[in-house]
Each structure stands twice: as C-alpha cells, then as structure tokens.
Design a protein around this ligand. Structure first.
Ligand code: BGC
Length: 694
C-alpha cells in the first residue's frame, strides 16, 4: 500500500468511530471457541492492506467519538468487515473524559491495600469509559517504584511486586467488566527524564523476581493489552525486545491479548513487528508502507501480521457485545454514586504517620477556632498533568472539606502561610492548626524526576513556625510518593499523608481529621530519612544498572532504619497481634502454607487493619531478601473485637529464578514467616516452616 492509500484508509476508518451497530448490536457475549472461530474467519477475509491498516493509530492526536462529546486515540479497525478499531482513553486517576470521576492517584490507591475496592474503582472507570464511547482504557500503570525520585511515582501502586500485582490485577478485572484494559509500561520503566533513551540493565533473576511478577499477575487477570515501555532493556528497546514481548509475555506466560506501543516509542518496522509489538500508537510512523514492503520482501513473515491482527481481533470480539450497548448511562459520569467510591478510596488511602498526644482526631466539642495554613489548603491539587491530566466534574479542596465538616460551632481561619509572622500569630490564637503542605505537578510529573526528596524550604519553614506556635498542629502532606521529613518531623505532633486524593480529597481529609473516619492506609513504599540512605538515581545516564535490591528489601539487607517502614500506618485505635500459628510446619512443593494470627482491636473506636505476611529464607543457596511480602488482608474490627486472620502462601511463590536452567526453584529449606502490621521487624510475630518432599 502506498502512502496515499494508507492515509485514505486511515481517514475513512477514523470517521466511523462507533462500531457499526448494524453488524454487531444484537451480538451476545461470545464464547472462547466462537471467538477463535470468528477470528480465523475474519483474518481469512482480510487483505494485507487491511491487516496493516489495523496495526497502527490514525492520524491526528484525538478523534471525536460518534454520538459523544468525547475524543479518543484511535486505530481504524476494518470497516468492510465491521471490525471496530481501538478507541483509547488514558488514566490513571479515572477515565480521562471531562467531567468524569477523579479517583486518588494510583500511589494513594496502593496505600489502601484493598484490591476489592480497587476492583470497584476499575469498574467505575470502565463504566464511565464505555458510556463515553471508549473501548480501551490505557491507564493501568504498574511499574515498580524502584526509587522515590521517579517523576511518575504517583501513577503506580508502590514498590513491591506482590502488592503491585494484587492492585493491578484488581483494576484490570474491574475495568474489563466494560472495556479492554491496557497494562503498562513493559518493562523496567522508572526514570522519566531519560525514558526515551536510557538502557536499563539488570540480570535475568532481578528481571523475573522483581520487575515482572506484577505484569504476570495482570496477564493472569486477563488484561487485554500490554503497552511497552519507552526505555531500552538490556540493550534492546522495549518496543522491539523479543525476549520480553515474544519470549516471556506471549510464549512463557501465554498472554492472549495484544501489545500496543507507548506513544511514539517504535524505533523500527521489521524488528518491532518480529519482536511482537502488535499495534503502533499513537499514529503510524513505522507500520505503514514500510511494513508492507517488509512482508513482501520476506523480512516480516505474513504469519506475524496474521498473529498481530488475530490478537487484536480476539480482544475486540471478547467485548463486542458491549459495542453500541444502550445499557450505559452517561449522566452517571462523575455523579454521586461514583464520587462516593472516590471518597471511600481517598479515606482508606490516608496514612497516619504520627499522632503524639492524641492530637488527632480533633474533637468538635473542644475546638472553637481552627486555623488552616498553606497555599495548597485551598488549591485543587490532583497531581500530574500531561498524559494523566484530569478535569473532574467537581473538586473539594482541603479547606472546603474542613469548613463543611467543622460545622457551625468552629470558626475556621485560613492563611496561605506566605507571611510567616502573620501565620504564627493566627496559630498562637487558635485551638488547633492544620498545615497543608506537599508537592504538585510542578514537582513531579511525566518527563522529569524529583531529585530532591524534601518539601520546599517554604513549606518546611511553615511547618516549623506553626508547630512551634501551636501544640495541636496537624501536618497534612499531599504528594505522589516519598517525602523526606527529618528537618521537621520531630516538631510536628501529627502527620497525615493524604497523597493526591482526587476530586473528593478535601472531604476525605476532613473526615479523618475530625475522626468521622478512622485512618487505615499503610505505606506501599518505604520512606527514607534522606536521599543518602538510597542507591543512586541517575536520570542523565544513557545506561543504568538496576540491582536486585531496592525499597524495603534494600533497607533490610543493609540494616538501615527508614523514617517510616514499608507497610506502616497507625490509626485512632490500637491493634494487638497474637497467637501466630501455622496449619502445617512442613509443606510439599506443590502445597501451600496456611498461617493464622489473632488481631484484636484494643482501643475504643472501630477500624480497619491491614495484616501483612512476609517470608524470609534460611539456608537458601542463593542470596535472598531478609523478607518479602507474600500476602495481606484488610480486616474490620469493632472496639474490643478479635478476629482470626488466615493468609495463604502457595509454595510456588517461595521460588527463586534460576537463570542457568531458565526455571523457578522452590527450595527444600527452612522458611521464616512474619505476620504483623508493617514490615518493621519489631512489629512482627514470627514462626518457621519447611518445604520438603512429602
Ligand atoms: C505515556 C503513556 C500514555 C501515553 C498516552 C505516554 O507519554 O508514557 O503512559 O499512556 O503517553 O497518553
């Protein structure tokens, strides 16, 4: 196909944005076997030009969706055969349609440790997306946060592969009640400034054990699509990395969906198609006449093209019963039912890091004047812009939320904190003070990184000033990742990490401050005391080496004490752990460990606790982490109530990857098991068990 014909095919196809109802509207959900048969039939009827046309985005950054106010990034499909194209909308805080529900940033949602809630979040995203005419959600970002400096840290759920996999799989399941989900960026993408050229290097064991398990979890959850990363991995750009795309993803893991390129990430035609990149986004630069000529000259086999088209077709057919469905009510977009899920999420995400002298919750009856400080207190601060920019139906700032929740009997005084002397004066005369500080898209965003992990000097000075003037000072931090706090942490009696809480952030912050909600979030990352505690983060280098250890695994290994450990978060009550016991002290290689622990709410308010299970290794023949997260659960407890929490770990999850034999090995050794409220050794009960041939 020459260039002119390509443009014509793209243009025609892009004008038919909705899948033609006449063909598919009466279609019921297709079975797996019906899909397989239909894929075969359709591919058999397609010309090479039609196939290649389906493999790339259409010209123009966005296309108006038929009968909808929204726009999407499209691929053409095949009009002649009634095959829809991809109608892509990004995330990750919701579906990026104006007026949609804006959820807290993914990092905040990671702090909920609540896959069931995340599945409901995904369900809302998918519903809103489909009701606006999209059929593809491009916002499931699960890159592992290796270092807190990554500019997009807010877009992912945290630093631990198991936790990331649980959260990522949950949102995939939810979204896919309604449309295709895309899991990204495959793989090793965690530096932003140099993302287009950096070669991320790591050994095979590190790749398999640390940087890939969460992608596997999303593949197992049925993700329709995987987006490759911009970066190069071990010398081969991810868009044409056949080890990753064909070797691991498609052959080993049995991924049934299609690989879509990150926008503009392709660097080649034949190498990308042969490696297994099925769709070029956001427009064709390499999958055009060059791909046709590569097929004609034998550099790309027609089977490769058929496979790429079949993969995409299979996913369209999986969701075809929803094309043009009239079951979606667009007026629900950003409405109260969905906003309630966002608020619940923001509440459960909040991590109470410190609460000396029971500073929190503020008791309405005891406070007459509450002073609220900080320029962020009355700002809408949703987090990143760029590919995740969001225009929700409405927003609630912390000040608005606090005013609403305080009621008539508390006078709220606001000061932006720019003039420290006047702020101090107000703090001295108030019964309590709330200081809202943190970061915004100016500090962390796509395209650059956050090399300095402190708050700004201005924000740190404001905290110190207010905390020294009012003993009931609450510091509320808005951020998408770790913030170092040593310069002021000891002076602040209460610290609440509120992240970027989405459109309902202000209400959720007020709910927690006044004790209407007991905070229950836990850190999905370690918070270091300083940058010096961490391994290097070089966002200018052309090559970087990712070692096996990062995050809490690194802190454990090097005996470092963080400011706040992974998994940490306190509440307005106290949970007591006791009686850790194992169903068996020895399990077989194909068995599973069943561990139980009693958790009691020893305080006087109801709450939800996140119970964590870590595993350590005694006598492994390879170097292993001191401990690793292998299971967790959220449990609700009334005051005085005790519940037994049961967590299970399949023996297969104890394996290490052996590059020599290219396989996973479960060792017959002693394993240590730890259960408790965080990864902090002192907080954990421990037991041991063995894996043996039984
Ligand atoms: C980002 C992707 C995003 C795409 C489209 C790229 O720059 O890396 O995460 O999905 O833009 O918005």
């Amino acid at each position: 196909m020459d260039r002119r014909l390509f443009l014509k095919v793209s243009a025609v196809a892009s004008s038919i944005m909705a899948f033609p109802r006449r063909v598919w509207s009466a279609v019921a959900r297709l079975s797996e076997s019906a899909i397989a048969q239909k894929v075969k039939d359709l591919v058999g009827q397609m010309t090479l030009d039609e196939k290649i046309a389906m493999m790339a985005g259409v010209l123009g950054p966005f296309t108006q969706v038929k009968d909808s106010p929204f726009r999407t990034n499209n691929t053409p499909g095949c009009e002649r055969l009634g095959i829809p194209g991809i109608r892509f909308v990004d995330g990750s805080r919701g579906i990026r349609f104006k007026g949609a529900t804006c959820f807290p940033a993914a990092m905040a949602r990671g702090a909920t440790w609540d896959p069931a809630l995340e599945e409901r979040v995904g369900n809302v995203i998918g519903y809103e997306g489909r009701s606006g005419g999209a059929n593809f959600f491009g916002g499931v970002c699960i890159n592992l946060l290796r270092h807190p400096s990554w500019g997009r840290s807010q877009e992912t759920f945290g630093e631990d592969p198991y936790h990331l996999g649980m959260m990522g799989a949950a949102v995939v399941r939810g979204v896919q009640n309604h449309m295709m989900a895309c899991t990204k960026h495959f793989a090793g993408n965690s530096i932003d400034k140099s993302r287009h050229y950096v070669d991320v290097r790591m050994d095979e064991r590190t790749l398999r054990e640390i940087y890939l398990p969460h992608f596997k979890a999303c593949v197992d959850a049925g993700t329709a699509s995987i987006m490759n990363a911009y970066n190069t991995l071990n010398g081969e750009p991810c868009a044409q990395n056949s080890h990753l795309l064909s070797g691991i993803l498609k052959n080993e893991w049995g991924f049934k969906g299609f690989v879509l390129s990150d926008f503009g990430s392709l660097k080649s035609t034949a190498a990308s198609a042969n490696a297994g990149c099925d769709v070029e986004m956001d427009r064709r630069r390499f999958y055009d006449w060059k791909l046709k000529s590569a097929v004609q000259t034998g550099r790309v086999k027609i089977d490769k093209i058929n496979e790429a088209v079949s993969r995409q077709l299979g996913q369209h057919l999986r969701f075809i019963h929803l094309e043009g469905s009239t079951d979606y009510d667009r007026s629900k977009l950003g409405g109260p039912e969905h906003a309630a899920v966002s608020r619940e999420c923001a509440q459960k995400a909040m991590v109470l890091l410190k609460n000396e002298n029971k500073t929190l919750p503020l008791k309405r009856g005891e406070i007459k004047t509450l002073a609220v400080f900080g320029e962020l207190a009355d700002k809408v601060n949703l987090g990143a812009t760029g590919s995740t920019a969001f225009e929700p139906s409405y927003t609630v700032t912390p000040l608005q939320g606090i005013r609403r929740a305080a009621g008539k009997n508390i006078a709220i005084i606001f000061d932006d904190g720019v003039d420290l002397i006047s702020a101090r004066d107000k703090a001295e005369h108030a019964d309590a003070a709330v200081v809202v500080v943190g970061l915004s898209h100016l500090d962390e965003n796509e395209g650059f990184d956050r090399l300095n992990l402190n708050l700004s000097d201005k924000h740190e000075a404001l905290i110190r000033e207010i905390a020294s003037a009012n003993p009931k000072t609450v510091v509320v931090i808005e951020a998408g990742g770790a913030v170092t706090m040593e310069a002021w942490k000891d002076q602040a009696p209460a610290i609440l990490l509120a992240w970027y809480g989405g459109m309902e952030a202000g209400n959720a912050i007020a709910d927690v401050i006044f004790g209407d909600v007991n905070p229950s979030g836990k850190l999905p990352i370690v918070i270091p005391k300083s940058n010096e505690q961490l391994y290097p983060f070089d966002n200018k280098a052309r090559k970087v080496e990712y070692g096996y250890y990062h995050g809490y695994r690194y802190f454990d290994k090097h005996g470092l004490e963080p400011a706040f450990p992974f998994g940490f978060g306190i509440s307005y009550t106290a949970y007591k752990y006791s009686n850790l016991r194992l169903a068996q002290k020895t399990i077989g290689r194909s068995g599973k460990l069943v561990a139980r622990v009693d958790v009691r709410n020893a305080g006087d308010v109801a709450g939800e606790e996140i119970v964590q299970l870590y595993v350590g290794y005694n006598g492994s023949k390879v170097d292993r982490p001191i401990k690793e997260l292998k299971a967790f659960a959220r449990v609700a407890l009334k005051p005085g109530e005790t519940k037994t929490v049961t967590l299970e770990v399949p023996a297969a999850d104890l394996a290490y990857y052996d590059p020599d034999s290219a396989g996973w090995r479960v060792e017959e050794i002693e394993y240590l098991i730890y259960m408790g409220p965080s990864s902090n050794k002192q907080d954990l009960l421990s037991e041991s068990f063995r894996v043996a041939s039984i």
